[in-house]
Design a protein around this ligand. Structure first.
Ligand SMILES: [Ca+2]
Length: 506
């Protein structure tokens, strides 16, 4: 069956590639080494929010706030053309489903359009079927109602904040009222809990405790740590004297937590049995290397640092320049944990692939692929936005529809920063890529189940209801009176209005 899956991917890839005439390298089944398939390591993903290349000296950061994170890139495999979605909820949906996020109905980060289709089979289900135990510590952002929470979506353990960030308060996407990065109220499985400590410390400490328990019980685990930092507002840890550390401490604190986790894995002799992934959830600071950032259809919106470290198993310090993506993790992990019969979600040329061959061998062949990016988050109808803030990649070429809907073409091999629009010189490539994109849109459009929702209430805040039920009406009323838009201190209190602050970390 394993052969059948690979053969299907290759056949699809070959057919599409041949059709558009942009073939560069085509892999064959016989060239794939498969020594990692079925090796069943623990899997650990650290995915900070909006972090981009912050703190990473090898990608141009001027100051080193991230020595432990950087060490993963030094000791592990660096994927230099790894892509995620341009914003938060979409990236999570694509990673968990192995397909573009629109197939899961996720077309926004708020407005109930961040709710991942509850019918969808997820990566967590694959892993659980393979005997893994699964835990999430941090930011979920794929629906706040009970039926959408991680515990209902294949996670055995859940220790999370609500909505898209601690303290967020949109009409249909709200965290616990007046929540803060320091001493946050969190949802721990079926309990609403008050905590003491800084959010990132809490998420990592809980993850370490959980990992220790799983290890003691002899269970292979999937541990997902999607932190809310470094998304805005940028609220740093609180000192004992009631003042705050500098804003840079947010990243230093994150790095210290990564260091603490790595040290703990080493102490428990888990390093040789654990595949560790680190990547940003969407585009962010790139120090001028890439055009655009979060929400952008250009490379800066989706191309993010990604390291994969597995002590003794993956060749350290090697770069993988093949075009890879978060939507490859579903099928890659299915193979890794021995679920070799797991169907490839979708199975189209624009869907996820098994990237194990790239991890196993520097000589692995990897055919060019169709990779679609869309900002989503549109106002108005989906169809009005088919050709806005979108792009399709194949090989070195990326076709972009800018915010005005104008067509641009870039050769990334010659022009990674996307300064030279060569659409006029290559009408045949524009036409071929557009045809593929149109096929993708036609295929995915019926899956956008959260667009055109009917009878949407003016407000919908499940975390407010949980707070009220847990702590009573008086406590809820008090929290509501104190709450600012951001819900955070000190920046929320000072601004008293919607914050548009973006990460300024370098
Ligand atoms: Ca994000």
């Amino acid at each position: 069956m394993k052969v059948a899956i690979f053969t299907k991917i290759q056949a699809l890839g070959t057919r599409v590639l041949a059709a558009i005439g942009l073939v560069s390298v085509i892999g064959t089944q016989s060239s794939f080494a498969e020594s990692l398939a079925g090796s069943r390591p623990n899997i650990l993903i650290i995915m900070p929010d909006d972090i981009g290349a912050s703190g990473l000296k090898h990608l141009g950061a001027k100051t080193n706030y991230a020595e432990h994170i950087e060490s993963l890139f030094e000791k592990g495999i660096r994927l230099t053309d790894f892509h995620v979605s341009p914003t938060c909820a979409p990236s999570r949906a694509a990673m968990l489903t192995g397909r573009h996020e629109c197939y899961a109905g996720v077309t926004h980060t708020i407005n109930l359009r961040d709710r991942m289709n509850p019918e969808q089979r997820l990566l967590t289900h694959v892993l659980k079927d393979a005997g893994y135990t699964t835990g999430i510590f941090g930011k979920w952002h794929l629906g706040d109602d009970d039926a959408y929470l991680p515990n209902a979506r294949g996670f055995d353990e859940m220790y999370i904040h609500g909505a898209g960030g601690i303290g967020q308060n949109y009409a249909h996407s709200a965290d616990f009222p007046n929540n803060d990065y320091n001493n946050p109220v969190l949802l721990h499985n079926d309990k609403v809990i008050r905590t003491e400590g800084y959010c990132t410390d809490l998420f990592f400490d809980q993850a370490i405790q959980w990992i220790t328990q799983q290890h003691a019980a002899g269970k292979p685990f999937f541990c997902f740590i999607p932190t809310n930092v470094t998304h805005g507002p940028h609220i740093p840890p609180l000192k004992d004297d009631g003042t705050y550390y500098p804003r840079e401490e947010i990243l230093q604190n994150l790095d210290a937590n990564v260091g603490k986790l790595l040290k703990e894995l080493e102490a428990q002799s888990l390093m040789e049995d654990t595949l560790i992934l680190y990547f940003a959830d969407n585009g962010g600071p790139s120090f001028g290397r890439l055009r655009g950032s979060k929400t952008s259809p250009y490379q800066g919106g989706s191309r993010v640092p990604c390291a994969m470290y597995w002590k003794g198993k993956l060749e350290g310090g090697r770069e993988v320049s093949a075009t890879t993506a978060h939507l490859d993790l579903y099928t890659t992990f299915a193979q890794l944990v021995g679920k070799v019969d797991e169907p490839v979600p979708g199975g189209e040329a624009w869907d996820g692939r098994n990237m194990l061959p790239l991890l196993e061998s520097a000589d692995a062949k990897w055919s060019d692929r169709d990779l679609v990016t869309h900002k989503t988050r549109w106002d108005g109808s989906a169809d009005e936005n088919q050709y806005k803030n979108a792009s399709i990649r194949h090989g070195d070429f990326q076709l972009v529809w800018n915010p005005k809907g104008e067509v641009e073409l870039y050769d990334l091999k010659k022009d990674l920063q996307q300064k030279q629009n060569i659409a006029a010189q290559h009408p045949e490539i524009v036409s071929t890529l557009k045809t593929t994109y149109d096929g993708w849109w036609k295929d995915v459009r019926p899956y956008m189940i959260n667009d055109e929702l009917e009878n949407v209430p003016a407000e919908h805040k499940p975390y407010h209801e949980r707070y009220r039920k847990a702590f009573g009406e008086a406590a809820y009323k008090e929290a509501m009176e104190k709450m600012t838009w951001t819900g955070g201190k000190p920046f929320g209190d000072k601004k008293k209005k919607k914050s548009k602050a973006r990460s300024a970390h370098d």
